[in-house]
Design a protein around this ligand. Structure first.
Ligand SMILES: [Zn+2]
Length: 129
């Protein structure tokens, strides 16, 4: 990532040592993460509709159903295949992959939830220093 290179230039000069920040947290139990996120709310950025943050496919279904124009064709195609897939194991794989991706996006954007999940012991912060 180009951002990293930029930070290195200033580290040690203006800001002192680089500020430690989470890189890659380890999710120990996605089901437990889900229980905590289920109590959080998220809003459709297209129409403002409110959803529980978990399971994330609830809001995803809304987006694909109500706002299909926002998706790039490969994503729309993937969703279509998932919806049509009669293979339960494959459906589960798609969902799990989507849920994991979703958790990482949430962690990147929400420090408060990150701290909540760390405190609950369901994710382990990366080693620092
Ligand atoms: Zn919407």
């Amino acid at each position: 990532m180009g951002e990293h290179k930029h930070r290195r230039l200033t580290a040690g000069s203006l800001n002192g040592p680089a500020t430690p920040k989470p890189r890659q947290a380890i999710v120990t139990d996605i089901e437990e993460v889900g229980k905590i996120l289920a109590a959080e709310k998220t809003f459709c950025d297209q129409c403002g509709a409110e959803f529980p943050m978990w399971p994330p496919e609830v809001s995803l279904t809304h987006l694909h159903t109500e706002h299909p124009g926002m998706f790039w064709p490969p994503m729309a195609k993937e969703w279509e295949l998932y919806q049509a897939d009669a293979d339960l194991a494959q459906r589960q794989n798609y969902l799990t992959a989507y849920r994991v991706k979703f958790v990482f996006i949430v962690l990147q954007n929400r420090c408060d939830l990150y701290e909540k999940l760390v405190a609950a012991g369901v994710i382990v912060p990366p080693a620092q220093g």
